[in-house]
Design a protein around this ligand. Structure first.
Ligand code: PGA
Length: 232
């Protein structure tokens, strides 16, 4: 199992450093595998011990006149080679179209980054039934090279993000099993993963890891979630 913490617009540079230190301390006796933390851009730093740092966002360019963005040059300063692309908050709140998301994907693929590519449907699509659901999800792969070797896909139903209502194991299996049949990729689940739900989610064969927002914000709690997920 792999564990990814998405801080979103939470934490500072200082609190992120303390978090990484504490997380490493809490996990020092576990064989905890891959742990990734995505802090805000201002708190990017080099990872330590068990923790790899990734970026929540990046523009498709090295540097240039793109107000408010960060690009390859800023990420390289911290040896970052892991990036989230296509998160529903970027798509929905910041209006990133599929075409725009695909450009980012292409750029960071050429730079050989590990890409965590997020997909997920809104509630109204889920309510239209299974066919509409997969049509929507497959459309989020337009322009995306799903054979890219450093690709991880995160399935995050929008109705489960930050709502406290996680998808059921049946919901997750339905989507993950089909995606696994169609694409040969590592698959994460995200959307209200919590200490109470991690054990059941981790047991699903087609779940290779989890992308966690709210329940990752405190290092000691995230460490507990990781230990539970590993069955430690
Ligand atoms: P959540 O966020 O765990 O708070 O639902 C997950 C995500 O958006 O990656």
């Amino acid at each position: 199992m792999k564990f990814y913490a998405n801080f979103k617009m939470n934490h500072t540079r200082d609190s992120t450093s303390k978090y990484i230190e504490l997380l490493n301390k809490e996990l020092k006796d576990t064989n905890s595998g891959d742990i990734f933390v995505f802090p805000p851009a201002t708190a990017l730093q080099k990872g330590e011990d068990k923790v790899v740092i990734g970026a929540q966002n990046g523009y498709f360019g090295k540097n240039g006149a793109f107000t408010g963005e960060i690009g390859l040059e800023q990420l390289k300063e911290f040896n970052i080679d892991t990036i989230l692309i296509g998160h529903s908050e970027r798509r929905e709140i910041f209006g990133e179209s599929q075409e725009f998301v695909a450009k980012k994907f292409d750029y960071y693929k050429k730079e050989n980054f590990n890409i965590i590519y997020c997909i997920g449907e809104p509630l109204e699509v889920r309510e239209q039934g299974v066919e509409a659901l997969f049509e929507y999800l497959y459309s989020q792969f337009e322009g995306i090279d799903t054979t890219y070797k450093n690709l991880t896909v995160a399935y995050e139903p929008i109705w489960a993000i930050g709502t406290g209502v996680s998808a059921t194991t049946a919901d997750i299996e339905l989507v993950h099993n089909r995606l696994k049949e169609r694409f040969n990729v590592e698959l994460l689940y995200g959307g209200s993963v919590k200490i109470d739900t991690i054990e059941d989610i981790a047991k699903i064969d087609s779940v290779d890891g989890v992308l966690v927002g709210s329940a990752s914000l405190k290092a000691d709690e995230f460490a507990k979630l990781i230990k539970k997920g590993l069955g430690a």
